[in-house]
Design a protein around this ligand. Structure first.
Ligand code: KIV
Length: 306
């Protein structure tokens, strides 16, 4: 089937808006590589986020602050190649959108070089001008408010946001600012569920929650949490598989078969015409032992004889 046929048409922000208008809840997952993106796409996940969480869950950094544009582009390209239907959201890394000019230049790289359709930026009121500039330039933007991990050095620690009167008001303002700036959707991360539901009810655009309760228009999970790949599981996450156990068992089985000499077997090996090998090694059929194909050790020519 051609990747341009109707059944594999790439979804757009218009499709996401239609799903939201029809009352469909939107399931988003992060993806960082070609094979996983292909599987999630086949499962019908409509939006894949190449999150800068890749810094922690794929590259082993302590925070997302160290993730670079080059790393994000590399992984976004792989996800775009793997998924033919899902809308791809590329996460703009720390300081890549510090000014509207930086934002346009770097978002342009995600769309032109990597093939993403949209970008995500963290921050509400403080990022509204950047969102507006990107949207005017033709770049669809997903906002991200509540816990914004790129601000971890200012926030101090990962915790639920918006619990106090002031913080809840500020979060409402952030949500409205992101919408008014033209974002097509907004992530709400680590927000009390009643506040997330109230924000969702006040917005026209879909809210995508992570640790923000069931009252959001959609949900996003980090794929390594969702697959049970990591050693640490955040409270807001749910493992839908135990891939860590699956990989551990597979690796142990492989190791013991290699050590026992039972892998590879006949099914994983290829053979050649014995006569050709005899000729190459300078053997005659008489050199063979009584068992047939087992060869004598002596007589194997050195490289210089070949
Ligand atoms: O980087 C990421 O994975 C994210 C999600 C947690 C929304 O921003």
């Amino acid at each position: 089937m051609s990747s341009t046929s109707e059944s594999t048409r790439r979804l757009t922000v218009v499709d996401i808006a239609r799903m939201h208008a029809d009352g469909e809840r939107i399931a988003m997952l992060t993806a960082y590589d070609y094979p996983t993106a292909g599987i999630l796409d086949e499962a019908g996940i409509p939006m894949l986020l190449v999150g800068d969480s890749l810094g922690q869950v794929m590259l082993g950094y302590e925070t997302t602050v160290r993730v670079t544009m080059d790393e994000m582009l590399h992984h976004t390209k792989a996800v775009v190649r793997g998924a033919h239907r899902a809308l791809i959201v590329a996460d703009m890394p720390f300081l890549s959108y510090a000014t509207p000019d930086d934002a346009v230049r770097n978002a342009g790289r995600f769309l032109r070089e990597a093939g993403a359709q949209t970008v995500k930026v963290e921050g509400g009121v403080r990022t509204a001008r950047v969102i507006e500039t990107l949207v005017r330039a033709g770049v669809p933007v997903m906002g991200h408010i509540g816990l914004t991990p790129q601000a971890i050095n200012a926030l101090g620690k990962v915790r639920v946001q918006g619990r106090t009167r002031e913080a809840a008001r500020a979060l409402l303002h952030d949500a409205l600012a992101v919408q008014e700036a033209g974002a097509f959707a907004v992530v709400l991360e680590l927000v009390p569920e009643q506040l997330a539901a109230a924000i969702t009810a006040r917005l026209r655009i879909p809210t995508i929650g992570i640790g923000a309760g069931a009252g959001c228009s959609g949900q996003v999970q980090v794929v390594t949490d969702f697959l049970g790949l990591g050693t640490f599981m955040p409270r807001h996450a749910k493992a839908y598989a135990d891939m860590r156990a699956v990989i551990l068992a597979a690796a142990a089985a492989y190791r013991s078969e290699v050590e026992a000499g039972t892998f590879p077997g006949a099914a994983q090996s290829s053979r050649m015409d014995d006569a050709i090998l005899d000729e190459v090694l300078g053997h005659t059929p008489d050199d063979r032992t009584a068992e047939g194909s087992q060869r004598i050790e002596a007589g194997i020519p050195l490289d210089r004889d070949l």
